[in-house]
Design a protein around this ligand. Structure first.
Ligand code: PMP
Length: 442
């Protein structure tokens, strides 16, 4: 899938070198888009999809074709969910303002959301994106510890601002990392000898020793709780406590990046870190939080904010605006009322068992990983990653109007991550099409 217009930093990207192979109307639409949006954007799929409407777990193109959405985590309660849409429309027709005014709905939401976190995580700061939440978390950990060292996993992604791009190795060799960043391997049980937690603890120890040799203290370890860009790693539950213990011993803080794993996606409580039985110092959240409206946040142990708040303050113009908060409140309400965390556990187990059954015995499938509604399928040829077959499966599913994508450092891990409203019948339909798309591996 890599080509001149499609560097390896984007998995499942449309390759502009193949523009001429598209039907005329589609080619014109892509060329027109390229003229104004320029070279920084990517489209999904060899045959890009135009979306005009969504409902629940389905998306529709301009000719009325229906696509099963097994990829989008942002519309977590479902595309165009009526409660979410009504809540946004009503608030937009009333007032939309910012956190410099007293607004009960913002405080109601903050209290409601914070009740899902363990103590002492009881202060929330709103932002517009996961990137901004991580950016703020970095500022706070550096302020509190007086250190600048950050440890991330080998193919981590934490966002787009200068500061968080500089701690995101997945952006590729041309996107410079901060000189104070060190990486540890992804939590892959096959990576080292012995228990995974002990192996990773030793990795943290050598990373902090290397930082110290360069005169840099540890500010924080930040990790996506489901390690999505590393290739989806959720098991065994409990590998993180030794890692975090080592981070704390070195004087660093632990930031759980829950932008991917949050709001019940893993099907075990609200937050991905809970599976590991640990309490982070800071949690960052985003993507599904507003079902598509831009809202994200960083959640803190209040002690960490005392000095930062006194000396620096933080105002984010659109962060916590009234309309986005209305969208976010609807998400919380629907997740509870429609029991979507239980649904993620139940339908996720059905989906994973189905994927395991369809891939068992296939030489090209190294592992099926993940929990809840976040599943990764690692494709290989012999002992090498196989991104070409992964791209083939993704595009064949797209031809069959089922949307997924791929992830991992080599783009060889199928990423199945549907809206949380994915039901048992959706899983059945997915598995039928998935079986057909696997034909080249048989
Ligand atoms: N952290 C993780 C783990 C992410 O996956 C992402 C987005 N893909 C971000 C942070 C950045 O979030 P946003 O795109 O909302 O800035």
């Amino acid at each position: 899938m890599t080509g001149p217009g499609n560097p390896p930093t984007m998995v499942n990207g449309f390759d502009n070198a193949r523009l001429d192979q598209l039907p005329e109307e589609q080619r014109a639409a892509v060329a027109r888009r390229n003229r104004v949006l320029g070279p920084v954007y990517r489209l999904f799929y060899a045959d890009p999809v135009e979306i005009v409407r969504g409902a629940g777990t389905y998306l529709y193109d301009s000719t009325g074709n229906e696509y099963l959405d097994a990829y989008n985590n942002v519309p977590c309660v479902g595309h165009a969910h009526p409660r979410s849409a009504d809540s946004v429309a009503r608030q937009a027709a009333t007032v939309n303002t910012n956190t410099r005014y007293l607004q009960p709905s913002v405080v109601d939401y903050a209290e409601d959301l914070l009740s899902t976190f363990p103590t002492p995580l009881s202060n929330i700061v709103f932002t517009c994106s996961g990137s901004e939440a991580n950016d703020l978390a970095l500022r706070v950990v550096r302020h509190v510890t007086g250190n600048s060292g950050i440890i991330v996993t080998a193919n981590a992604y934490h966002g787009v601002t200068s500061a968080v791009a500089a701690i995101s190795p997945s952006l590729g060799a041309d996107s410079p990392l901060d000189i104070c960043v060190r990486t540890i391997p992804a939590p892959d049980e096959r990576a080292g000898p012995g228990a995974l937690g002990d192996y990773l603890r030793a990795q943290i120890r050598s990373a902090t020793a290397d930082l110290a040799r360069h005169g840099v203290g540890l500010a924080a370890f930040i990790a996506d709780s489901v390690f999505s860009s590393d290739g989806v790693f959720s098991r065994p539950a409990g590998f993180l406590p030794p890692v975090i213990d080592e981070v704390h011993r070195a004087g660093g803080l632990y930031i759980a990046d829950e932008v991917q794993s949050g709001f019940g996606r893993i099907g075990a409580g609200w937050w991905g870190f809970q599976r590991h039985g640990i309490a982070p110092d800071i949690v960052t959240i985003g993507k599904p939080m507003g079902n598509g409206l831009p809202i994200a946040a960083a959640v803190f142990d209040p002690d960490l904010l005392v000095d930062f708040g006194r000396k620096i303050r933080y105002f984010n113009t659109f962060g916590g605006n009234t309309v986005s908060v209305a969208a976010a409140q609807a998400v919380l309400d629907v997740i509870r009322d429609e029991e979507l965390i239980e649904n993620a556990a139940r339908v996720g187990a059905q989906l994973k068992a189905g994927v395991e059954a369809l891939t068992s015995g296939l030489d090209g499938v190294a592992q099926v990983r993940g929990d809840g509604l976040f599943i990764g399928v690692e494709l290989v040829t012999g002992d090498r990653p196989d991104p070409d077959t992964a791209a083939g499966v993704v595009n064949e599913l797209r031809r069959r109007r089922v949307l997924i994508s791929a992830s991992g450092p080599h783009g060889n891990v199928l990423k199945i991550r549907p809206p949380m409203a994915f039901r048992s019948a959706d899983a059945d339909r997915f598995l039928t099409e998935f079986e057909a798309a696997l034909t080249p591996l048989r």
